[in-house]
Design a protein around this ligand. Sequence first.
Ligand SMILES: [Zn+2]
Length: 357
Amino acid sequence: MAYQVIARKWRPQKFSDMVGQEHIAQTLRNAIMTGRIAQAYLFVGPRGIGKTTSARIFAKALNCKHPVNGEPCCECDSCVSIANESSVDVIEIDAATHTQVEKAREICEEVLHLPIASKYKIYIIDEVHMLSKSAWNALLKTIEEPPEHAKFIFATTEVNKVLPTVISRCQRFDLKRIPTNLIAERLALIARTEGVQISSSAIDVIARAADGGMRDAQSLLDQMISFFGTADGKNSSISEAQALSLFGLTAPAEMSGLIQAILCNDRPAVITAIHKFASAGKNLELLFDEILGWLRGIMMCSLLPNPETVLEESPEKISIYAELAKLVRPDSVQRLLEQLSSTGFLLREAINKQIFI
Ligand SMILES: [Zn+2]
């Protein structure tokens, strides 16, 4: 069998597979169960967090012959054809490549025809903010009063560019960034199932780098496997250091040494550590960002009884923060953060970043 990239192979097929968007999954399942279906939906959120995936699952559930508790069965003709993108009644359009009014007019005509093999004719229109104003004007009436058999699902990363008249005609869902720990759990499951050896700390590194996007996380895992895996598909366990090296990030042990030196005002140690990072070719702007991230983590640990509720980090990392927090008073950390935050932009312009730091 040809190699299938992880993001594609692991794309959620049901609402229950969706990670981090439970509120939306539940509402959509309820809509299916109660039969209270709006004519148009709008999925809003940053890229890679599951807007099109949600749209496809919803389309599947709408047209499924035997839905179970609002979930698509994933076995009937309709579910299968949507999963392999061959359904004649679910039409996906990328608005970024079809901005013109002609396409909109085409949709308005097509929509009048009954679905061929399913209950509904469903239009999934991605990046809908890219449609031209005239395209929208052509579509508006259809969205307002579509034929009974037609449903529209729009997705956008930039809802501020979508006309208010359109938004008001849709049921709107805002998808959230997926918390790092949920991404990490999912990656661990994928690695186990795929027989990929990777340390949990390396998984955390990927999950953090993905910044809330499951698709990015899965692509990064793929990249990591092709980078550090061997020809026979087996690899010795991918380590945290390897994962960090791919993103130019620093290992917690090294970072915690530097942060401790900063907190204890140990200037020789700070200078030595920075010198070491700079000689190793470390990106110093990235290092500066990491320092800020650590100080924030430490401050949260000293201010909050349950810092894990705001810090999307592994328990190990949080316990390092907590240890460092014991070294100084919270207001000292706050002062450090204030001063560093307000000088950060100067670092971007600095001729010699090492001297600046
Ligand atoms: Zn089905």
